[in-house]
Write a protein of this length. Structure first.
Ligand code: GLN
Length: 473
């Protein structure tokens, strides 16, 4: 008997072609797991009711020779991706019951390739958080150990893969929201170059930082899903035309390690030890590791927590009780805004709107926002210079292992520390990926963070695969 959920996308595709099992068999295997585990794990907020029709379309693609590697592959969306006729809430009460009226760019791609979209996965409210605890629809539990958070904000997408509730999933990443939960749940998660994947129809958090990306059990599965969704989209003004995505020709097999950055305060000892072991494994695979100095990178987190809330305060202005979702009863137009936003936005979202509005206010705009934007350019330039010499920069994905529920929720700064190593890739717009790198003594997953220059996704996947192999040996 074949364990249907243990197969990679390529293996599954082969079996489909050989007629060893049907798409319905595969989908049912995943749906059975969801039925069994989701009550407790809460990775999915909803399983869609039109799966049978989707399967029919995929079967037709096999029958008429238009199938792709993604045809018939069960996938979940993060709850901030629009899928016509389906509910979408961004993990927020303010959008409770909102039904999408058009397809996100990535959903269009998945549909045209015949993927089976099983449902939508839980997330921190409006993608703000690092633990999926800020979702208005309950926490998601880490399938590896249910006493621990799955990370966030794409915690539902990561947990869905880790619990065998989907073969691959999509997440979104503004400061680490794909890579950090991937690391916490022991799966692979990748954030593409800014502009490589369409943001059209994704509920925006911070538009200059947001990117959609793939999650899965292997680097190759993640690569296949990335290949299926990365394309120029004229509906997204920041989407980069394919011909401008210039790739370097060859892997030099040189990787930079930012030693000073790794000595930052608050980095867990087990994380450092695991990272040192990862470095040795890459050296065994024939990579040369060199010390690099990135004196400005330590300002990334500060820049992020200025630029991001500023963009959040603008983007979330549209949730006014009139245009979308919920509306609180009120006597005046002002009260419609105030009461709706007060009642239906959670605490973290309100904190960031307040912070962002303050940052953008007259008198503070220059001192905070403009300064952050300038430092952002300097960080980008610093990274670009280093990428002249190295293929990639590696660090741990998160400064600490998965934590327990409630441990960091009351202390925003401690929660924000989750993003230390992941945020620079969003600040600079470069691609980055987390690959499982082993476990703590307690058996909690850890991840290696690999970052490459703009458009060098191929190099990222190549290094990721070498690392996966090294880990097996
Ligand atoms: N943890 C980060 C934050 O809270 C990242 C969020 C994200 O990438 N969407 O902002």
């Amino acid at each position: 008997m074949i364990d249907l959920k243990a197969l990679t996308i390529e293996k599954t595709h082969e079996h489909f072609k050989n007629g060893d099992f049907t798409i319905t068999d595969l989908v049912n295997a995943y749906l059975d797991v969801i039925k069994e585990k989701n009550k407790d794990i809460n990775a999915y907020l909803e399983v869609y009711t039109d799966i049978k029709e989707q399967i029919k379309n995929a079967e037709e693609m096999f029958a008429n020779g238009t199938s792709t590697l993604m045809t018939g592959i069960p996938i979940a969306l993060k709850d901030n991706m629009l899928f016509t006729g389906h509910t979408v809430s961004a993990g927020s009460k303010i959008l409770d019951g909102y039904v999408a009226t058009y397809d996100a760019g990535v959903v269009k791609q998945l549909k045209s390739k015949g993927a089976i979209i099983l449902g939508r996965a839980n997330m921190d409210e409006f993608a703000m958080g690092s633990s999926t605890e800020t979702s208005a629809y309950g926490v998601t539990r880490n399938p590896v150990n249910r006493d621990y958070v799955p990370g966030g904000t794409s915690g539902g997408s990561a947990a869905a893969v880790a619990m065998d509730g989907a073969l691959v999933t999509l997440g979104s990443d503004t400061g680490g929201s794909i890579r950090q939960p991937a690391s916490f749940c022991g799966v692979v998660g990748m954030k593409p170059t800014y502009g490589n994947v369409s943001r059209f129809g994704i509920i925006a958090m911070a538009s200059s930082l947001d990117q959609v990306g793939p999650m899965g059990k292997t680097v190759r599965d993640v690569e296949i899903l990335y290949n299926a969704i990365n394309d120029h989209d004229t509906d997204d003004s920041t989407s980069i035309p394919n011909e401008l995505r210039i790739k370097k020709d060859k892997l030099k097999k040189v990787i930079g390690v930012p030693k000073d950055f790794l000595l930052s305060d608050g980095i867990n000892k087990e994380v450092i030890k695991n990272f040192e072991e990862s470095c040795k494994k890459l050296e065994k695979e024939g990579y040369t590791l060199v010390d690099i100095s990135l004196p400005l990178i330590k300002y990334s987190l500060a820049v992020y927590y200025i630029v991001m809330p500023a963009e959040v305060s603008s983007n979330l202005a549209r949730f006014d009780g009139i245009r979308y979702g919920q509306s609180a009863p009120a006597d005046s137009i002002y009260d419609v805004y105030a009461k709706t936003r007060g009642a239906f936005f959670g605490k973290e979202v309100r904190r960031r709107i307040l912070l962002g509005t303050y940052i953008l206010s007259h008198g503070y705009y220059d001192a905070y926002y403009n300064k952050a934007v300038n430092v952002r350019e300097l960080i980008k330039a610093e990274l670009a210079q280093v990428f002249e010499k190295v293929d990639a920069i590696i660090t741990p994905t998160v400064p600490f292992p998965p934590f327990k529920f409630g441990e960091k929720l009351k202390d925003p700064i401690a929660m924000y520390m989750s993003d230390l190593f992941t945020v620079p890739a969003n600040i600079a717009g470069v691609p980055a990926m987390s690959v499982p790198s082993g476990k703590t003594e307690e058996g909690l997953p850890l991840g290696l963070h690999i970052m490459t220059a703009h458009f060098q996704e191929d190099i990222l996947f190549a290094i990721g695969k070498d690392f996966e192999n090294a880990l097996k040996n």
